[in-house]
Design a protein. Structure first.
Lengths: 252, 183
């Protein structure tokens, strides 16, 4: 791993830190450095554009407009919102409403189709925080590949994806005591971690690996909600999961 | 997709010592060049806010925090392109330094993270822990395991950075208004 010519940048986006790393083409040293910077810029720009369209904190975003709309409204949405909402609907339906982008305000009170996003009840609001970061990572990876980058990674606050000839070491953060420990390496795949504390103060901490980060990100919520690291939905999306509550709780 | 676990879950759960984590992305000079690639030089200007200026910031809803700021003015020939300001914020476990580039009109051009350091334990709040990183640059990296490791965790908020960026924008606006930047 050491000695790979890596260009690594990070910017605050999506309410967290987004890190992009690319392996430079050593054959064309100077040109490669500039090309890497341009590719990283393009990938960050893609993430920033997604944030403008999907963030509930941006009133003009697809989600901001939905949340402000009255019952019965139909909101025009872009392809990114459609992709994320279609995935969210699939997981909601398959999990009997446990995966809920409305955070309890009306899991079944919205519908996305070719005509737009329909608001089926007053007061329902959407927050894509549990799934959009994963999609943003997938889009940033696509931007890097489109710019000719052969290998690298994108990490949005722990939702990450590696691509190309690269085994990316993953450290898990100890959410309670601080510090990290080495968990795995991943090649050509995505990895995400979530934590959920229930009403009794019990914390569950889970990670999911999947081919795409959208599914890794979203499926962590299913795993922490169900406490089931062998949940049947995982296999449907080619994913694997791990629960690691014990260590964080021990540290508390 | 290929995932190789470093240890069994049981071994991970039992492992007592956890490591630290640190990445150096850019020096302030490198970040300034990236943010203002057309600049032919950067002039350092020290800004000292007086009590009334700090009060003005407070009135704008920005806690001044520091009275002293070091600014890098981006110039090309006689023209001023903007300014780059570096700052560091402390989170629950992490110390993050970053640079903000602001254009002539006072708009944010870019925010680049310079370095990220995560402590194991509460040391991040100890001045002694933070002091060890003063003056460290990408040329003299303080890496814990010189590899490309990535952190996956459930919570990493950039609220502190967002607040810090807002503070810097307000400080630069104040400096422009009172003529300290010369443009």
């Amino acid at each position: 791993m050491n000695g790979l010519p890596i260009v690594r940048r990070a910017r605050p986006l999506l309410g967290t830190l987004v890190e992009i790393g690319v392996v430079r083409d050593v054959a064309a040293e100077r040109a490669a450095a500039a090309a890497a910077e341009r590719a990283i810029d393009a990938a960050f720009a893609r993430v920033a554009a997604l944030q403008e369209r999907l963030s509930r904190f941006v009133p003009s975003s697809d989600i901001g407009r939905f949340n402000a709309a009255p019952e019965g409204a139909r909101i025009d949405i872009g392809t990114d919102a459609r992709t994320v909402l279609d995935a969210a609907a699939k997981l909601r339906d398959a999990s009997d409403g446990a995966f809920d982008v409305t955070l309890g305000s009306g899991a079944w009170a919205w519908r996305a189709d070719a005509r737009g996003l329909h608001k089926l009840a007053a007061g329902v609001s959407i927050d894509l925080g549990g799934i959009a970061k994963g999609h943003a990572v997938d889009c940033a990876v696509a931007a890097l590949v489109g710019a000719g980058i052969g290998a690298g990674w994108v990490n949005a606050g722990g939702d990450l994806r590696a691509f190309g000839a690269l085994a990316l070491p993953i450290d898990l953060r100890d959410e309670i005591g601080g510090g990290v420990w080495r968990f795995a390496t991943i090649e050509d795949g995505a990895f995400a971690t979530s934590r959920r504390v229930d009403r009794d103060g019990n914390a569950r901490h889970a990670s999911v690996a999947a081919p795409q980060c959208l599914w890794a990100d979203a499926l962590t919520k299913i795993v922490v909600a169900s406490g089931d690291a062998t949940h049947p939905l995982l296999a449907r999306f080619g994913a694997r999961a791990w629960l690691h509550a014990a260590r964080s709780l021990a540290a508390a | 997709m290929r995932v190789v676990l470093t240890g069994t879950i049981a071994a991970v759960a039992a492992a007592a010592p956890v490591g630290a984590f640190a990445v150096d992305y850019l020096t302030l000079e490198q970040a300034a060049q990236l943010i203002f690639p057309d600049a032919d030089r950067f002039e350092t200007r020290e800004l000292a806010l007086d009590a009334s200026q700090l009060q003005t910031l407070e009135a704008e809803g920005v806690r001044g925090r520091s009275a002293r700021w070091s600014l890098r003015i981006a110039r090309r020939g006689d023209a001023t392109l903007g300014v780059v300001v570096a700052d560091a914020v402390v989170g629950k476990f992490e110390l993050i330094s970053y640079a903000v580039g602001i254009d002539r009109e006072g708009a944010i051009r870019q925010v680049e993270i310079l370095s990220y350091r995560e402590s194991h334990g509460g040391e991040v709040r100890l001045p002694a822990w933070r002091r060890q990183f003063v003056g460290k640059t990408a040329a003299a990296p303080l890496r814990v395991g010189d590899d490309i490791a990535n952190i996956s965790g459930a919570t990493l908020s950039c609220t502190h950075i967002t607040e810090g960026v807002r503070r810097i924008v307000a400080v630069v606006a104040l400096a422009r208004r009172n003529g300290s930047l010369g443009w």
